[in-house]
Design a protein around this ligand. Sequence first.
Ligand code: NZQ
Ligand code: ZN
Length: 395
Amino acid sequence: MKNFEFCAPTRMIFGRDTHLQVGKIIKEYGFQKVLVHFGGNSARKSGLLDTVVRALEEEQIDHVLLGGVQPNPTLSMARRGIRLCREEQVDFILAVGGGSVIDSAKCIADGVANPDVDVWKYFMKEAVPEKALPVGTILTLSATGSEMSNSCVITNEETGLKRGCGSPAHRPLFSICNPELTYTVSKFQTGCGTVDIIMHTLERYMGDSEGVSVTDRIAEGIMKSVIEAGRIADASPRDYEARACLMWSGSLSHNDLTSAGRTFLMQVHQMEHELSGKYPQIAHGAGLSALWPSWARYVCACRPSRFAQYAVRVWNLEMNFENILETAMAGIQATEDYFVSLGMPVTLRQLGVSEDALEEMADKCTGHGSRTLPGIRELSRDDLVAIYRAAMGEA
Ligand code: NZQ
Ligand code: ZN
Protein backbone atom coordinates (compact mmCIF):
# COMPACT_ATOMS: atom_id res chain seq x y z
CA MET A 1 0.00 0.00 0.00
CA LYS A 2 1.40 3.39 -0.99
CA ASN A 3 1.48 6.27 1.50
CA PHE A 4 -1.58 8.44 1.26
CA GLU A 5 -3.54 11.24 2.84
CA PHE A 6 -7.29 11.00 3.01
CA CYS A 7 -9.23 14.13 3.82
CA ALA A 8 -12.93 14.24 3.02
CA PRO A 9 -14.05 17.22 5.09
CA THR A 10 -17.46 17.81 3.50
CA ARG A 11 -20.32 17.58 5.99
CA MET A 12 -22.80 15.17 4.40
CA ILE A 13 -26.44 15.65 5.32
CA PHE A 14 -28.19 12.68 3.81
CA GLY A 15 -31.79 11.50 3.58
CA ARG A 16 -35.44 12.37 3.14
CA ASP A 17 -36.45 16.02 3.60
CA THR A 18 -32.91 17.10 4.46
CA HIS A 19 -33.07 19.96 1.93
CA LEU A 20 -35.64 21.67 4.16
CA GLN A 21 -32.85 22.34 6.67
CA VAL A 22 -30.80 24.44 4.27
CA GLY A 23 -31.74 27.83 5.77
CA LYS A 24 -30.90 26.73 9.30
CA ILE A 25 -27.63 25.16 8.23
CA ILE A 26 -26.44 28.29 6.43
CA LYS A 27 -27.55 30.41 9.36
CA GLU A 28 -25.43 28.27 11.72
CA TYR A 29 -22.33 29.22 9.76
CA GLY A 30 -23.25 32.89 9.89
CA PHE A 31 -22.97 33.70 6.18
CA GLN A 32 -24.44 37.06 5.21
CA LYS A 33 -25.26 36.82 1.53
CA VAL A 34 -25.81 33.71 -0.57
CA LEU A 35 -25.60 33.14 -4.30
CA VAL A 36 -28.14 30.43 -5.18
CA HIS A 37 -26.77 28.87 -8.35
CA PHE A 38 -28.81 26.45 -10.48
CA GLY A 39 -29.20 24.93 -13.94
CA GLY A 40 -31.68 25.10 -16.82
CA ASN A 41 -35.13 24.27 -15.63
CA SER A 42 -35.32 21.15 -13.47
CA ALA A 43 -34.98 22.85 -10.07
CA ARG A 44 -37.60 25.43 -10.94
CA LYS A 45 -40.00 22.88 -12.40
CA SER A 46 -39.83 20.55 -9.41
CA GLY A 47 -40.48 23.40 -6.98
CA LEU A 48 -37.11 22.84 -5.31
CA LEU A 49 -35.89 26.33 -6.06
CA ASP A 50 -38.95 27.91 -4.43
CA THR A 51 -38.49 25.66 -1.41
CA VAL A 52 -34.86 26.71 -1.08
CA VAL A 53 -35.67 30.41 -1.40
CA ARG A 54 -38.41 30.05 1.21
CA ALA A 55 -36.00 28.30 3.58
CA LEU A 56 -33.52 31.18 3.23
CA GLU A 57 -36.22 33.79 3.72
CA GLU A 58 -37.47 32.08 6.86
CA GLU A 59 -34.00 32.57 8.33
CA GLN A 60 -33.73 36.12 6.93
CA ILE A 61 -30.71 35.19 4.84
CA ASP A 62 -30.06 37.66 2.06
CA HIS A 63 -29.60 35.99 -1.32
CA VAL A 64 -29.28 36.49 -5.05
CA LEU A 65 -30.15 33.97 -7.79
CA LEU A 66 -28.17 32.89 -10.84
CA GLY A 67 -29.62 30.13 -13.02
CA GLY A 68 -28.91 28.82 -16.50
CA VAL A 69 -25.87 26.60 -15.95
CA GLN A 70 -25.77 24.19 -18.86
CA PRO A 71 -24.52 20.60 -18.78
CA ASN A 72 -20.73 20.70 -19.33
CA PRO A 73 -20.59 24.10 -17.62
CA THR A 74 -18.91 27.00 -19.32
CA LEU A 75 -16.26 29.50 -18.38
CA SER A 76 -18.46 32.39 -19.50
CA MET A 77 -21.19 31.44 -17.01
CA ALA A 78 -18.59 31.21 -14.26
CA ARG A 79 -17.26 34.64 -15.18
CA ARG A 80 -20.81 36.00 -14.97
CA GLY A 81 -21.16 34.50 -11.53
CA ILE A 82 -17.85 35.96 -10.39
CA ARG A 83 -18.94 39.45 -11.43
CA LEU A 84 -22.31 39.06 -9.74
CA CYS A 85 -20.78 37.82 -6.48
CA ARG A 86 -18.41 40.80 -6.39
CA GLU A 87 -21.19 43.30 -7.09
CA GLU A 88 -23.46 41.73 -4.50
CA GLN A 89 -20.74 41.02 -1.93
CA VAL A 90 -21.71 37.37 -1.74
CA ASP A 91 -19.88 35.35 0.92
CA PHE A 92 -21.36 31.88 0.29
CA ILE A 93 -22.46 29.94 -2.81
CA LEU A 94 -25.24 27.37 -2.70
CA ALA A 95 -25.27 25.08 -5.74
CA VAL A 96 -28.66 23.48 -6.38
CA GLY A 97 -28.24 20.84 -9.08
CA GLY A 98 -25.97 18.18 -10.52
CA GLY A 99 -22.25 18.15 -11.22
CA SER A 100 -22.41 20.96 -13.75
CA VAL A 101 -24.00 23.42 -11.33
CA ILE A 102 -21.65 22.38 -8.54
CA ASP A 103 -18.58 22.79 -10.75
CA SER A 104 -19.77 26.17 -11.97
CA ALA A 105 -20.18 27.19 -8.31
CA LYS A 106 -16.66 25.96 -7.48
CA CYS A 107 -15.18 27.96 -10.34
CA ILE A 108 -17.04 31.08 -9.25
CA ALA A 109 -15.77 30.48 -5.72
CA ASP A 110 -12.19 30.35 -7.04
CA GLY A 111 -12.61 33.57 -8.96
CA VAL A 112 -14.19 35.55 -6.14
CA ALA A 113 -11.57 34.54 -3.57
CA ASN A 114 -8.62 35.22 -5.89
CA PRO A 115 -9.39 38.49 -7.66
CA ASP A 116 -5.84 38.87 -9.00
CA VAL A 117 -5.84 35.62 -10.98
CA ASP A 118 -7.78 34.84 -14.13
CA VAL A 119 -9.63 31.62 -13.18
CA TRP A 120 -8.87 29.87 -16.46
CA LYS A 121 -5.21 29.75 -15.38
CA TYR A 122 -6.23 27.21 -12.76
CA PHE A 123 -7.61 24.92 -15.45
CA MET A 124 -4.53 25.32 -17.62
CA LYS A 125 -2.43 24.27 -14.59
CA GLU A 126 -0.66 27.63 -14.54
CA ALA A 127 -1.75 28.28 -10.94
CA VAL A 128 -3.49 26.45 -8.09
CA PRO A 129 -6.34 28.01 -6.13
CA GLU A 130 -5.28 27.95 -2.51
CA LYS A 131 -8.47 29.50 -1.25
CA ALA A 132 -12.04 29.73 -2.47
CA LEU A 133 -15.33 31.10 -1.27
CA PRO A 134 -17.19 28.40 0.69
CA VAL A 135 -19.65 26.34 -1.37
CA GLY A 136 -22.56 24.21 -0.18
CA THR A 137 -24.64 21.94 -2.38
CA ILE A 138 -28.12 20.53 -2.65
CA LEU A 139 -27.51 17.58 -4.94
CA THR A 140 -30.21 16.69 -7.50
CA LEU A 141 -28.39 14.10 -9.63
CA SER A 142 -26.21 11.18 -8.54
CA ALA A 143 -23.22 10.99 -10.83
CA THR A 144 -20.07 13.04 -10.57
CA GLY A 145 -19.35 13.02 -6.86
CA SER A 146 -18.55 16.72 -7.14
CA GLU A 147 -20.55 17.18 -3.94
CA MET A 148 -17.58 15.70 -2.07
CA SER A 149 -14.69 15.90 -4.52
CA ASN A 150 -11.76 18.28 -4.84
CA SER A 151 -12.33 18.49 -8.56
CA CYS A 152 -13.97 21.06 -10.80
CA VAL A 153 -14.40 20.66 -14.57
CA ILE A 154 -15.09 23.63 -16.84
CA THR A 155 -15.30 24.14 -20.62
CA ASN A 156 -13.79 27.19 -22.25
CA GLU A 157 -16.19 27.65 -25.16
CA GLU A 158 -13.75 29.86 -27.03
CA THR A 159 -11.09 27.16 -27.29
CA GLY A 160 -13.28 24.05 -26.96
CA LEU A 161 -11.01 22.89 -24.12
CA LYS A 162 -12.67 21.12 -21.21
CA ARG A 163 -10.29 20.95 -18.29
CA GLY A 164 -10.35 19.86 -14.66
CA CYS A 165 -8.73 21.51 -11.69
CA GLY A 166 -8.21 19.75 -8.36
CA SER A 167 -7.70 21.64 -5.12
CA PRO A 168 -8.51 20.98 -1.46
CA ALA A 169 -10.27 24.37 -1.56
CA HIS A 170 -12.87 22.78 -3.86
CA ARG A 171 -14.34 20.42 -1.31
CA PRO A 172 -17.80 21.72 -0.48
CA LEU A 173 -18.42 22.81 3.10
CA PHE A 174 -21.58 20.73 3.21
CA SER A 175 -23.70 18.71 0.81
CA ILE A 176 -27.37 18.03 1.30
CA CYS A 177 -28.25 14.75 -0.38
CA ASN A 178 -31.91 13.81 -0.48
CA PRO A 179 -32.37 10.82 -2.82
CA GLU A 180 -36.02 11.82 -3.38
CA LEU A 181 -34.80 14.87 -5.29
CA THR A 182 -33.45 12.52 -7.94
CA TYR A 183 -36.82 10.84 -8.69
CA THR A 184 -37.35 13.22 -11.61
CA VAL A 185 -33.98 12.49 -13.26
CA SER A 186 -34.62 10.99 -16.72
CA LYS A 187 -33.75 7.40 -17.57
CA PHE A 188 -30.95 8.64 -19.77
CA GLN A 189 -29.38 10.86 -17.10
CA THR A 190 -29.83 8.10 -14.53
CA GLY A 191 -27.91 5.81 -16.89
CA CYS A 192 -25.22 8.46 -17.38
CA GLY A 193 -24.89 8.85 -13.63
CA THR A 194 -24.69 5.10 -13.03
CA VAL A 195 -21.91 4.81 -15.62
CA ASP A 196 -20.01 7.75 -14.16
CA ILE A 197 -20.13 6.32 -10.62
CA ILE A 198 -18.90 2.93 -11.85
CA MET A 199 -16.16 4.64 -13.87
CA HIS A 200 -14.90 6.74 -10.96
CA THR A 201 -14.49 3.50 -9.03
CA LEU A 202 -13.27 1.31 -11.88
CA GLU A 203 -10.72 3.74 -13.25
CA ARG A 204 -9.15 3.90 -9.81
CA TYR A 205 -9.39 0.11 -9.48
CA MET A 206 -7.35 -0.19 -12.66
CA GLY A 207 -4.50 1.78 -11.02
CA ASP A 208 -1.86 0.07 -8.86
CA SER A 209 -2.95 -3.24 -7.41
CA GLU A 210 -0.14 -3.91 -4.91
CA GLY A 211 -1.18 -4.09 -1.26
CA VAL A 212 -4.57 -2.48 -1.67
CA SER A 213 -6.82 -5.41 -0.87
CA VAL A 214 -9.02 -3.37 1.47
CA THR A 215 -9.39 -0.57 -1.07
CA ASP A 216 -10.14 -3.16 -3.75
CA ARG A 217 -12.88 -4.73 -1.65
CA ILE A 218 -14.47 -1.34 -0.96
CA ALA A 219 -14.40 -0.56 -4.68
CA GLU A 220 -15.85 -3.95 -5.64
CA GLY A 221 -18.64 -3.53 -3.08
CA ILE A 222 -19.51 -0.11 -4.44
CA MET A 223 -19.53 -1.34 -8.04
CA LYS A 224 -21.72 -4.36 -7.24
CA SER A 225 -24.21 -2.19 -5.36
CA VAL A 226 -24.30 0.43 -8.09
CA ILE A 227 -24.83 -2.14 -10.84
CA GLU A 228 -27.88 -3.43 -9.00
CA ALA A 229 -29.20 0.00 -7.97
CA GLY A 230 -28.74 1.33 -11.51
CA ARG A 231 -30.92 -1.48 -12.85
CA ILE A 232 -33.62 -0.84 -10.25
CA ALA A 233 -33.63 2.95 -10.71
CA ASP A 234 -33.85 2.47 -14.47
CA ALA A 235 -36.98 0.33 -14.08
CA SER A 236 -38.46 2.12 -11.04
CA PRO A 237 -37.32 5.75 -10.88
CA ARG A 238 -39.05 6.35 -7.53
CA ASP A 239 -37.39 3.47 -5.69
CA TYR A 240 -35.93 5.25 -2.67
CA GLU A 241 -33.35 2.63 -1.72
CA ALA A 242 -31.95 2.41 -5.24
CA ARG A 243 -31.75 6.19 -5.53
CA ALA A 244 -30.13 6.37 -2.09
CA CYS A 245 -27.56 3.75 -3.04
CA LEU A 246 -26.65 5.65 -6.21
CA MET A 247 -26.40 8.93 -4.34
CA TRP A 248 -24.13 7.73 -1.54
CA SER A 249 -22.05 5.63 -3.93
CA GLY A 250 -21.55 8.64 -6.18
CA SER A 251 -20.03 10.55 -3.30
CA LEU A 252 -17.84 7.66 -2.12
CA SER A 253 -16.62 6.83 -5.61
CA HIS A 254 -14.95 10.14 -6.16
CA ASN A 255 -13.92 11.36 -2.70
CA ASP A 256 -10.62 9.40 -2.91
CA LEU A 257 -11.78 6.50 -0.73
CA THR A 258 -11.56 4.07 -3.65
CA SER A 259 -8.01 5.12 -4.49
CA ALA A 260 -6.52 5.13 -0.99
CA GLY A 261 -3.07 3.54 -1.16
CA ARG A 262 -2.66 3.45 -4.91
CA THR A 263 -1.66 5.73 -7.73
CA PHE A 264 -3.97 5.92 -10.71
CA LEU A 265 -4.68 7.96 -13.78
CA MET A 266 -8.12 8.18 -15.27
CA GLN A 267 -7.26 7.67 -18.92
CA VAL A 268 -10.85 7.21 -20.07
CA HIS A 269 -11.92 10.33 -18.20
CA GLN A 270 -9.19 12.31 -19.91
CA MET A 271 -10.30 11.01 -23.29
CA GLU A 272 -13.92 11.76 -22.46
CA HIS A 273 -13.21 15.35 -21.48
CA GLU A 274 -11.81 15.94 -24.96
CA LEU A 275 -14.98 14.45 -26.37
CA SER A 276 -17.50 16.53 -24.44
CA GLY A 277 -15.20 19.56 -24.76
CA LYS A 278 -15.48 19.30 -28.52
CA TYR A 279 -19.10 18.16 -28.48
CA PRO A 280 -20.76 19.96 -25.54
CA GLN A 281 -24.07 18.23 -26.28
CA ILE A 282 -22.53 14.89 -25.22
CA ALA A 283 -23.29 14.00 -21.61
CA HIS A 284 -20.18 12.99 -19.64
CA GLY A 285 -21.55 9.56 -18.66
CA ALA A 286 -22.57 8.79 -22.24
CA GLY A 287 -19.07 9.68 -23.44
CA LEU A 288 -17.60 7.32 -20.84
CA SER A 289 -19.85 4.39 -21.80
CA ALA A 290 -18.98 4.90 -25.47
CA LEU A 291 -15.23 4.90 -24.80
CA TRP A 292 -14.60 2.47 -21.97
CA PRO A 293 -15.16 -0.87 -23.77
CA SER A 294 -12.73 0.06 -26.56
CA TRP A 295 -10.18 1.40 -24.08
CA ALA A 296 -10.47 -1.76 -21.98
CA ARG A 297 -9.98 -4.11 -24.95
CA TYR A 298 -6.98 -2.08 -26.06
CA VAL A 299 -5.12 -2.18 -22.74
CA CYS A 300 -6.40 -5.45 -21.28
CA ALA A 301 -3.59 -7.72 -22.46
CA CYS A 302 -1.09 -5.63 -20.46
CA ARG A 303 -2.75 -6.65 -17.18
CA PRO A 304 -5.25 -9.45 -17.81
CA SER A 305 -5.16 -10.63 -14.19
CA ARG A 306 -6.56 -7.30 -13.00
CA PHE A 307 -9.40 -7.36 -15.50
CA ALA A 308 -10.05 -11.03 -14.68
CA GLN A 309 -10.27 -10.21 -10.96
CA TYR A 310 -12.80 -7.52 -11.82
CA ALA A 311 -14.78 -10.00 -13.95
CA VAL A 312 -14.89 -12.59 -11.18
CA ARG A 313 -15.49 -10.37 -8.18
CA VAL A 314 -17.80 -7.76 -9.68
CA TRP A 315 -19.63 -9.75 -12.38
CA ASN A 316 -19.52 -13.16 -10.66
CA LEU A 317 -17.94 -14.76 -13.72
CA GLU A 318 -15.98 -18.03 -13.52
CA MET A 319 -12.20 -17.67 -13.66
CA ASN A 320 -10.71 -19.61 -16.56
CA PHE A 321 -7.30 -20.47 -15.08
CA GLU A 322 -6.17 -21.87 -18.41
CA ASN A 323 -6.91 -18.59 -20.14
CA ILE A 324 -7.09 -15.54 -17.89
CA LEU A 325 -7.39 -13.19 -20.84
CA GLU A 326 -10.63 -14.87 -21.80
CA THR A 327 -12.06 -14.17 -18.33
CA ALA A 328 -10.82 -10.59 -18.57
CA MET A 329 -12.54 -10.12 -21.93
CA ALA A 330 -15.75 -11.63 -20.59
CA GLY A 331 -15.75 -9.00 -17.81
CA ILE A 332 -15.39 -6.24 -20.39
CA GLN A 333 -18.26 -7.72 -22.37
CA ALA A 334 -20.43 -7.93 -19.24
CA THR A 335 -19.78 -4.25 -18.56
CA GLU A 336 -20.63 -3.30 -22.12
CA ASP A 337 -23.81 -5.39 -22.05
CA TYR A 338 -24.81 -3.68 -18.83
CA PHE A 339 -24.34 -0.24 -20.37
CA VAL A 340 -26.50 -1.32 -23.31
CA SER A 341 -29.17 -2.60 -20.92
CA LEU A 342 -29.37 0.91 -19.44
CA GLY A 343 -29.81 2.40 -22.89
CA MET A 344 -26.32 3.89 -22.91
CA PRO A 345 -24.27 4.29 -26.09
CA VAL A 346 -21.26 2.03 -26.54
CA THR A 347 -19.86 3.61 -29.70
CA LEU A 348 -18.93 7.15 -30.67
CA ARG A 349 -20.97 6.80 -33.83
CA GLN A 350 -24.11 6.58 -31.70
CA LEU A 351 -23.14 9.98 -30.28
CA GLY A 352 -22.77 11.56 -33.72
CA VAL A 353 -18.98 11.92 -33.51
CA SER A 354 -17.22 12.46 -36.83
CA GLU A 355 -14.11 10.48 -37.89
CA ASP A 356 -12.47 13.86 -38.61
CA ALA A 357 -12.53 14.76 -34.91
CA LEU A 358 -10.50 11.77 -33.66
CA GLU A 359 -7.00 13.05 -34.39
CA GLU A 360 -7.85 16.49 -33.03
CA MET A 361 -9.06 15.00 -29.73
CA ALA A 362 -5.93 12.85 -29.43
CA ASP A 363 -3.80 15.93 -30.10
CA LYS A 364 -5.57 17.96 -27.45
CA CYS A 365 -5.31 15.15 -24.92
CA THR A 366 -1.56 14.72 -25.39
CA GLY A 367 -0.49 18.29 -26.13
CA HIS A 368 0.12 17.34 -29.79
CA GLY A 369 1.95 14.19 -28.79
CA SER A 370 4.25 15.91 -26.30
CA ARG A 371 3.03 13.80 -23.39
CA THR A 372 1.79 10.27 -22.83
CA LEU A 373 -0.89 9.04 -20.45
CA PRO A 374 0.54 6.62 -17.87
CA GLY A 375 -1.57 3.68 -16.79
CA ILE A 376 -1.95 -0.09 -17.21
CA ARG A 377 -0.61 0.63 -20.65
CA GLU A 378 1.09 3.93 -21.31
CA LEU A 379 -0.85 5.62 -24.08
CA SER A 380 0.66 7.83 -26.74
CA ARG A 381 -1.17 10.13 -29.11
CA ASP A 382 -1.33 7.33 -31.69
CA ASP A 383 -2.73 4.91 -29.12
CA LEU A 384 -5.48 7.41 -28.36
CA VAL A 385 -6.31 7.74 -32.04
CA ALA A 386 -6.52 3.94 -32.25
CA ILE A 387 -8.85 3.75 -29.24
CA TYR A 388 -11.07 6.58 -30.48
CA ARG A 389 -11.18 4.84 -33.87
CA ALA A 390 -12.12 1.48 -32.35
CA ALA A 391 -14.79 3.26 -30.30
CA MET A 392 -16.41 4.63 -33.45
CA GLY A 393 -17.85 1.15 -34.02
CA GLU A 394 -19.11 -0.31 -37.28
CA ALA A 395 -20.10 2.14 -40.00
O1 NZQ B 1 -30.08 22.02 -16.12
P1 NZQ B 1 -31.24 21.34 -15.49
O2 NZQ B 1 -32.54 21.80 -16.02
O3 NZQ B 1 -31.16 21.36 -14.00
O4 NZQ B 1 -31.18 19.79 -15.96
C1 NZQ B 1 -30.10 18.93 -15.67
C2 NZQ B 1 -29.24 18.65 -16.91
O5 NZQ B 1 -29.96 18.82 -18.08
C3 NZQ B 1 -30.69 17.56 -15.37
N1 NZQ B 1 -31.05 17.37 -13.96
C4 NZQ B 1 -30.28 17.57 -12.86
N2 NZQ B 1 -30.97 17.23 -11.77
C5 NZQ B 1 -32.21 16.85 -12.17
C6 NZQ B 1 -32.26 16.94 -13.57
N3 NZQ B 1 -33.37 16.63 -14.28
C7 NZQ B 1 -34.45 16.23 -13.59
N4 NZQ B 1 -34.46 16.10 -12.24
C8 NZQ B 1 -33.38 16.39 -11.50
N5 NZQ B 1 -33.40 16.22 -10.18
O6 NZQ B 1 -29.66 16.64 -15.73
C9 NZQ B 1 -28.92 17.17 -16.81
C10 NZQ B 1 -27.45 16.90 -16.55
O7 NZQ B 1 -26.99 17.62 -15.43
P2 NZQ B 1 -25.42 17.77 -15.14
O8 NZQ B 1 -25.27 18.52 -13.88
O9 NZQ B 1 -24.74 18.27 -16.36
O10 NZQ B 1 -24.95 16.25 -14.97
P3 NZQ B 1 -23.82 15.63 -14.11
O11 NZQ B 1 -24.13 15.65 -12.67
O12 NZQ B 1 -23.54 14.32 -14.73
O13 NZQ B 1 -22.55 16.62 -14.32
C11 NZQ B 1 -21.75 16.52 -15.46
C12 NZQ B 1 -20.60 17.49 -15.41
O14 NZQ B 1 -19.71 17.23 -14.30
C13 NZQ B 1 -18.37 16.96 -14.79
C14 NZQ B 1 -18.65 16.43 -16.16
O15 NZQ B 1 -17.50 16.43 -16.99
C15 NZQ B 1 -19.73 17.34 -16.66
O16 NZQ B 1 -19.20 18.58 -17.04
N6 NZQ B 1 -17.63 16.11 -13.84
C16 NZQ B 1 -17.30 16.66 -12.66
C17 NZQ B 1 -16.56 15.97 -11.72
C18 NZQ B 1 -16.18 16.59 -10.44
N7 NZQ B 1 -16.32 17.90 -10.29
O17 NZQ B 1 -15.72 15.93 -9.50
C19 NZQ B 1 -16.08 14.61 -11.97
C20 NZQ B 1 -16.68 13.93 -13.15
O18 NZQ B 1 -15.82 12.95 -13.63
C21 NZQ B 1 -17.08 14.84 -14.27
O19 NZQ B 1 -16.03 15.10 -15.17
ZN1 ZN C 1 -16.75 11.24 -14.28
